[in-house]
Design a protein around this ligand. Structure first.
Ligand SMILES: [Zn+2]
Length: 368
């Protein structure tokens, strides 16, 4: 079903600023501030943990259940590990999961105490490699960031030092007649965006909900869902919806059994990943609500990898949780692609779920 997109220009501008923000794991402050500025008018209270996450509280008809909506605001990035004495080229370690093959020739932005620097990830050029060397992918340990200097002294003068963070440089843009967004950090600024937009619309349109919403932008997911643990402690959730990107399987070479969802066919519901088996009554509830409201929903499964829900569902005495995904192509690289109609349908699904998560329903998820 094709529906008119309800994004206003302010929302698209928020998405652009959010995805272009500099916020690798452990260095999320810039993105968190952007979310805070956008969400202030729509929240009754703002909470934080002591790791850098932020939570916007929107009160409904009842205090309980506490409904935690979580999206992580950090992105995969890099941290500088050394400066080559002879050349001033920089070595780096990954922040989060990177596949070495997507790194070469990509531009990065490094944040230093003297401001931002641009560079490119480089390695020994193919012209100088032996035939045998050319057959193998280049290891990250043989790559360097070239910031245009010729000595360690020159590099230091620009302000760069060991421990400085870096992210992909990749501007946000709309392609395919404005239907598809292309940019960096969609994992998981898209999830953060969905949660914040859902909360904004509930507030602006005075949509009633029998619970309290805790809309969270968590930190340090890409290095092990660390912010999820501290946010769960702060919120004490009765039920949780994590919104994440899902690996879109409509890419040449991917079998449906490896990644069953396709871009443009609506949000997905994760039925299994290596960090969580979802609460089954809650999972069935999501399927039922999607059907009732005519929102397209795909079923998904990821053999490897986990999400914030992996931590949240085992916080305290446990918390019934599901992961709703937005099918996204090429995650954990410089450029991801996401269909805006999928984003819109995910926002609608989150709103419809929040409207229905009353005490009785949430209690039924754990009744024996
Ligand atoms: Zn993620």
């Amino acid at each position: 079903m094709v529906r008119r997109l309800s994004f206003n220009s302010k929302a698209i501008e928020f998405l652009r600023r959010l995805t272009e923000a500099f916020a690798p794991s452990g260095f999320e402050r810039e993105a968190v501030k952007i979310v805070k500025e956008y969400m202030k008018p729509y929240s009754d209270e703002i909470l934080t943990d002591k790791l850098g996450s932020i939570v916007f509280v929107k009160r409904g008809d009842y205090d309980r259940p506490h409904v935690l909506l979580a999206g992580h605001v950090d992105e995969v990035g890099f941290v500088i590990s050394g400066i080559d004495e002879n050349t001033g080229f920089l070595t780096f370690n990954p922040l989060g999961g990177w596949w070495d093959q997507v790194l070469l020739s990509q531009r990065v932005l490094i944040r230093t105490e003297r401001g931002d620097l641009y560079g490119v990830i480089a390695a020994k050029p193919p012209h100088l490699l032996t035939d045998e060397e050319r057959q193998k992918p280049i290891d990250r340990r043989n790559m360097y960031i070239d910031i245009g200097v010729s000595s360690a002294k020159e590099a230091a003068e620009l302000g760069v030092k060991i421990g400085d963070p870096a992210v992909p440089w990749s501007p946000f843009m709309l392609i395919n007649n404005g239907r598809v967004a292309m940019g960096k950090a969609f994992d998981d600024r898209i999830g953060t965006f969905v949660i914040m937009e859902a909360t904004r619309r509930i507030k602006e349109n005075e949509i009633r909900h029998p619970n309290t919403i805790y809309a969270a932008a968590t930190v340090q997911e890409e290095v092990g869902a660390r912010g999820a643990q501290t946010v769960a402690h702060v919120v004490d959730p009765d039920v949780c919806i994590v919104v994440e990107v899902d690996i879109a399987g409509d890419v040449p070479g991917i079998k449906p059994s490896e990644a069953p969802t396709r871009m443009g066919r609506g949000p997905s519901l994760c039925t299994y990943d290596s960090s969580m088996i979802p609460n089954q009554p809650f999972k069935e509830f999501v399927i039922k609500v999607a059907k009732e409201t005519g929102i397209p929903l795909q079923l998904s499964q990821i053999a490897r990898g986990g999400t914030d829900a992996g931590r949240i569902h085992i916080s305290r005495a446990g918390c019934p949780s599901v992961v709703i995904g937005v099918p996204t192509r090429h995650i954990h690289s410089h450029v991801g692609l996401v269909n805006l109609e999928d984003v819109e349908n995910t926002i609608r699904l989150v709103i419809e779920l929040v409207k229905r998560l009353d005490r009785e329903t949430v209690e039924s998820f754990v009744a024996i």
